[in-house]
Ligand binder design. Structure first.
Ligand code: IPM
Ligand code: MG
Length: 372
């Protein structure tokens, strides 16, 4: 298969981790006989610095003419600490999602058996956790009208949803539940918000066409509690933009590091793959950022194009790295492996998996084959 992939490394550790995902994709191309063509473009604070615009038109064109987008991270403290900043890096990401029509954000949350001890939560609580969040991505309070009174003392953000916006993501979530364990939980705040009541009505009606999927409802405050009390109860969670943003960060704690969570943002014509973590500017260029979320995002990209065996190869390589302790310091503070070495190990394992029985952590030689 020939794929044109737009690379948008963005800010902070974005370039560090995207580089590793590209290594994995290249390894897949070599191992399975595909051709992936990469084209890099600017987004975020780096784009503001160079062009004044967090999402230059040229970047949007590169994305539009590509089959998929691989995104790094966005955000820079120089904007976070300036409430008066007119242009913000995050606007680039939001505009990108909206312009490409990426209305569904899919965020899988999994407790890796090899990492179970790393989670701040108790092993018996998180063991076996495997759920996926379907977060609406182009509507709600993120995109509603924003107002600030002239004297700057009163502000508002409108949260608005239409039936059509709810329907299209609900179908995807029901279908996902069907291919998993047949359970869908709608997370909302229907005891308070009109938009949530609309979500309940629309999702309940659609549920009639999926009688094999068990549908239940949770208020978001309760859901936030249940996710850390009993995460094993969830299969697919469907929710609106803002709630999805919050509970997916919460979900990342289960896996032991936010550096592990990948995501896919899909629409009718485009798809973008990105880690859920932020730009972690303190770690930029220090070779300590965890590249796994970015690499797993690349695996989701492969899955999106139905390259299942290829995606499995990437996921297996990631699991092997976790199992062998070839991990960045967020997962093992004594680890001597950095972003690059972890990326090399995973790419190498994709290429040479069949040769592997054992990794000698002491004598590991990167750069040639990492497998000994
Ligand atoms: C995410 C991020 C973004 C969001 C920010 C960077 C705008 O937190 O992808 O979860 O809020 O959607
Ligand atoms: Mg977020």
């Amino acid at each position: 298969m020939k794929l044109n992939i737009a690379l948008l490394p963005g800010d902070g550790i974005g370039p560090d981790v995207v580089e590793q995902a590209v290594k994995s994709l290249q390894a897949v191309a070599d191992a399975f006989g595909h051709t992936f063509h990469f084209e890099e473009a600017l987004v975020g604070a780096v784009a503001i610095d160079k062009t004044g615009d967090p999402l230059p038109e040229e970047t949007l064109e590169v994305c539009r003419r590509s089959h998929a987008v691989l995104f790094g991270a966005i955000g820079d403290p120089k904007y976070d600490n300036d409430p008066k900043a007119k242009v913000r890096p995050e606007q680039g990401l939001l505009k990108l999602r909206k312009s490409l029509g990426l209305f569904t954000n899919i965020r899988p949350v999994k407790a890796y058996p090899t990492l179970i001890e790393k989670s701040p939560l108790k092993k018996e609580i998180i063991s076996g956790t495997d759920f996926t969040i379907y977060r609406e991505l182009t509507g709600g309070i993120y995109f509603g009208e924003k107002k600030l009174s002239e004297n700057g003392t009163v502000a508002s953000d409108l949260c608005e949803y239409s039936e059509a916006e709810i329907e299209r993501i609900a179908h995807l979530a029901f279908k996902a539940a069907r291919s998993r364990r047949n359970k869908l939980t709608l997370v909302d705040k229907a005891n308070v918000l009109e938009t949530s009541r609309l979500w309940r009505r629309v999702v309940t009606a659609i549920g009639k066409s999926y009688p094999d999927v068990e549908l239940d409802f949770l208020f978001v405050d309760n859901a936030a509690m249940q996710i850390i009390l009993n995460p094993g109860q969830f299969d697919v969670i469907l929710t609106e933009n803002m709630f999805g943003d919050i509970i997916s960060d919460e979900g990342s704690v289960i896996g032991g590091s936010i550096g592990l969570l990948a995501s896919a943002s899909v629409g009718s014509d485009n798809a973008m793959f990105e880690p859920i973590h932020g730009s972690y500017p303190q770690a930029k260029g220090k070779d300590i950022a965890n590249p796994v979320a970015s690499i797993l995002s690349a695996a989701m990209l492969l899955e999106h194009f139905n390259l299942k065996e290829e995606a499995e190869a990437v996921k297996n390589a990631v699991e092997k790295s976790l199992e062998k302790g070839v991990v960045t310091p967020d997962l093992d503070k004594d680890s001597k492996f950095g972003t690059n070495k972890v990326g090399d190990f995973i790419a190498d394992f994709i290429l040479h998996a069949e040769d592997t029985t054992q990794v000698n952590k002491e004598n590991i030689e990167f750069g040639q084959s990492t497998i000994i």
